[in-house]
Design a protein around this ligand. Sequence first.
Ligand code: ADP
Length: 398
Amino acid sequence: MFILVANLGSTSFKYRLFDMTDERLLARGGVERIGSDKSRSFVQVGEQRAENEQRVADHAEAVRICLDHLVELGCLQTPDDLAGIGFKAVHAEGVTGVHRIDERVLEAMESYADVAPAHNPPYVAAMRLLAERLPAIPLVAAFETGFHETIPPALRHYAVPKEWADQFGIKRWGFHGASHRYIAERAAALLQNPKAKIISCHLGGSSSLCAIEAGKSVANSLGMSPQSGLPHNNRVGDFDPFALPAIMRATRKPLEEILEDLASRSGLLGLSGSSNDLRDIEAAAKKGDARAQLALDVFVASVRQYLGAYLLLLNGADAIVFTGGIGENSATIRAAVCDRLDWFGIALDPACNLAASGETPIHDRTSRVQIWTMPTNEELIVARQTREWLLRSSQSTG
Ligand code: ADP
């Protein structure tokens, strides 16, 4: 069974093609700058990479071009070989889990365009186009919130009138589900302990911590929206809503503009004032830039607050796992997060931490808790969820 997992941006379409009989990654590719005269498509099969510049009008044309490439390269015999396209979808009103993308799901995602402003609008536009123009290919959405359905009520509810949760879904949904699910499964396998208590630290463009016990999410730092929890590259993280009237008075900006500031000009970018990329911020801090240093300090302090909370929640941990662009690559951030945890018996091995690449244990041999760097594989999780959905739906119709 061939499944394509799509990653959509407003002007980009990227994919990975899996043969799900053995979960093999066959190809990856995509199209960038969709809609411009400089659209560029690319495809990579093993070490072989091909690129092409041609105008690609929209996402449906981009998918068609990618399918043609995959046929030319022998990954598929015909485009009809594709069993379905899976999407890592973020948030929809009243919808979680895995669903065929139909008008009901699209409308539910559209209703939360302002709750997930960076994610939902480009996804809905592209999904609607694909559903219209490629009706023969099943499109399946695996929502990020699905993995967190096991979070208990005490950690799901905000202390607001309970009807808001019951009637309007105002609660901590949690996100990054595909990544944390992958880390839960992979770490349990590496530790050879299906009941392992794991704290998964996905630190990247968006960041979140997840407390996992026996493969299930019991807490996630992301709440009602992907703007919450830790500071993100340009999104705010946890914030007091009662600051809003004060900002509105002081800046005379309408609420929508301030929400836009919080969703795209805050986080590491807002604090540092210079970049949303941690590499730039680390370089600036090294040169003595105080704002860049503050951005790093706020980020690390926030990770440590959730780490401390989750150590308590789980009554200890078997492993702390770092993943995501920052988690995998920044030895400095990992060292700062794990600094002075000797009371917990948690200790990094500084040399292993510096040299880490890919799946690597980085704890000192005296540490009570293992510490790992681990590349995540959200696409594989979405491919598995899409396969399960397709098998279930063929059983129920067959
Ligand atoms: P996304 O959440 O958008 O998928 P990633 O997980 O790829 O993003 O993380 C991207 C972030 O990872 C970048 O913004 C950058 O700050 C950080 N990053 C990537 N490589 C490094 C590195 N070598 N050192 C420090 N930070 C890095």
